[in-house]
Write a protein that binds this ligand. Structure first.
Ligand SMILES: [Zn+2]
Length: 106
């Protein structure tokens, strides 16, 4: 007998002799029904969490100010353009420091 992780409902399966049953399935419910019910709850919780995260930002807005064209995937544009912006900002900071160093010499 060993315990494994159910990939569907993310609870513990007890497996023995090629047969697996969910550790916490109540006796009044079939093992498969328990797995489906628990998986559905897991997915609903995941969806609520994902929607909560998504509500905290507006990828359309960010992609728009980064020059996203109509029909382009907003996340791809953000992934492509933000590293360029960060690199450009670093170059400008280095340029500014060089100018400030030259002004101190004058
Ligand atoms: Zn399961």
């Amino acid at each position: 007998m060993r315990r494994i992780h159910c990939p569907k409902c993310h609870t513990t399966l007890i497996t023995s002799g090629g047969i697996s049953i969910h550790e916490h399935a109540p006796q009044k419910e079939s093992d498969e029904a328990f797995c489906q019910r628990t998986e559905l709850q897991y997915l609903r919780d995941w969806q609520a969490s994902a929607m909560q995260c998504e509500s905290q930002w507006d990828p359309q807005y960010i992609a728009g100010i980064l020059g996203c064209k109509l029909g382009e995937d907003t996340r791809r544009v953000i992934m492509r353009e933000v590293p360029k912006l960060v690199a450009r900002n670093r170059e400008l900071e280095q340029g500014l420091m060089a100018i400030q160093a030259l002004m101190k010499l004058a």
